[in-house]
Design a binder for this molecule. Structure first.
Ligand code: XUL
Ligand code: CO
Length: 439
């Protein structure tokens, strides 16, 4: 088979001292951490859209890297993208990929032609998956790129647009199921608004819930057993996205009775755009039983927009993996690199450098997270901080045995609270650094 990335061979683990840039220094797939191999814990996934489609365009300039792989005719280009994707996954040792329908096949002149294109490429992907053992982490529909979705898709003011979106999602679910996808994602796309002067927010959200219910029911009826996720994001492309953050999405799901059907796909840069930390969003999902999958990337806090950079900040990957381990690890989810090389990092090798950087950063994060859990001081401190709930008045409140009158009596007798203790933030931060950098 023709190689698209001839200059790069298989990437292997060479250890932290290696000066070979095309090697893993920290990601050792078979190393056991927390009862599983790194590979099983991390479940890395390639994002088809950034890796095989994004050409480095921004609003000031055209692409800096061609993703046509030497082909011209649209279907030939997309076949070449498929081969390139599998070559990359093979060389990087990545087991999964995620895709939008429009990433894998070109739009035709009609929906019917577009669907035929999708069927053809789905056949090719099936063949490549069978040969390689690679799998689909999740699929999704791009219901935001085409001009027809300028006012949204499921939340469009126009019923024809809603129907079109439903048709597109039906097909996307079918191909995700046909490819054995372990999940299906709804990311808000243009599901939000620019101004309330022209927006019926109540109707738009009711309609979004209708579309999601119809999708779940249809998917189950054709035998799809994967998880459904919503991917929160507060802004961009619309000024105000309905799926602002995990808490907002939870309220939406509960209002429409969809909370048993959906989990969260949490993206690092979306969390920071919502003025949260990545860890905050993961924790909100975990404590509400809706932790699902992760879009692994990082933003730039000075820029404040969705830069989709490859994750290299080890503190963040460590805090992420701490939450993932606390949630019991991934089940059907994984770490999807929703990330792209910078516009100026425009050679094929840069794709490898980027994935290696992200994979190594998460390997380090996983090791640190496991060490933090084994060390036990953080958990011990938190347990101690809440110890007053284990006995006395705390236990009475927890058991529902304390009335307002009794609590008043208790406070009157107490006179003043004399048991508050330091939160010891700096002491705890220092422990994290010790675990990160100590021997
Ligand atoms: C956009 C984003 C999407 C979703 C899938 O910010 O993150 O790529 O992950 O539609
Ligand atoms: Co994403």
């Amino acid at each position: 088979m023709k190689q698209m990335f001839e200059t790069v061979g298989k990437i292997t683990y060479e250890g932290p001292k290696s000066r070979n840039p095309l090697a893993f220094r920290f990601y050792q797939p078979d190393e056991m951490i927390g009862g599983k191999t790194m590979r099983e814990q991390l479940r890395f996934s390639l994002s088809y859209w950034h890796t095989l489609c994004a050409e480095g365009t921004d609003m000031f300039g055209s692409g800096t890297m061609a993703k046509t792989f030497g082909e011209k005719e649209p279907m030939a280009v997309y076949r070449a993208k498929a081969y390139a994707a599998f070559e990359l996954m093979e060389k990087l040792g990545i087991d999964y990929f995620c895709f939008h329908d429009r990433d894998i096949a070109p739009e035709g002149r009609s929906l019917a032609e577009t669907n035929r294109n999708l069927d053809e490429i789905t056949g090719l992907l099936q063949q490549l998956m069978q040969e390689s053992g690679k799998k689909v982490l999740w699929g999704t529909a791009n219901c935001f790129g085409h001009p027809r979705y300028m006012h949204g898709a499921g939340t469009a003011p126009n019923a024809d647009v809603f129907a079109f979106a439903a048709a597109q999602i039906k097909k996307a679910v079918e191909i995700t199921a046909a490819l054995g996808g372990e999940g299906y994602v709804f990311w808000g796309g243009r599901e939000g608004y620019e101004t309330l002067l022209n927006t019926n927010m109540g109707l738009e959200q009711d309609n979004m819930a209708r579309l999601m219910r119809m999708t779940v029911d249809y998917a189950r009826s054709i035998g799809f057993t994967g998880d459904f996720y919503i991917e929160p994001k507060p802004k961009e492309p619309t000024k105000h996205q309905y799926d602002f953050d995990v808490s907002t999405v939870l309220a939406f799901l509960r209002k429409y009775g969809l909370d048993k059907d959906f989990k969260m796909n949490i993206e690092a840069n979306h969390a920071t755009l919502a003025q949260h930390t990545f860890q905050h969003e993961l924790t909100v999902a975990r404590i509400n039983g809706v932790f699902g999958s992760v879009d692994a990337n990082q933003g730039d806090l000075q820029l404040g927009w969705d830069t989709d950079q490859f994750p290299t900040n080890v503190y963040d990957t460590a805090m992420c993996m701490l939450e993932v381990l606390r949630a019991g690890g991934f089940t059907k989810g994984g770490l999807n690199f929703d990330a792209k090389t910078r516009r100026g990092s425009n050679t094929p090798e840069d794709i490898f450098h980027a994935y290696i950087a992200g994979m190594d950063a998460f390997a380090l994060g996983l090791r640190i997270a496991q060490r933090l859990l084994e060390d036990g001081r953080l958990d011990e401190f938190v347990a101690q901080r809440y110890a007053s709930w284990n006995s006395g008045i705390g236990a009475d409140i927890m058991a529902g045995r304390a009335s307002m009158e009794q609590l008043e009596q208790y406070a009157l007798e107490l006179g003043e609270v004399s048991t508050n203790q330091s939160g010891r933030q700096e002491y705890l931060e220092n422990i994290v650094n010790q675990i990160m950098f100590g021997a």
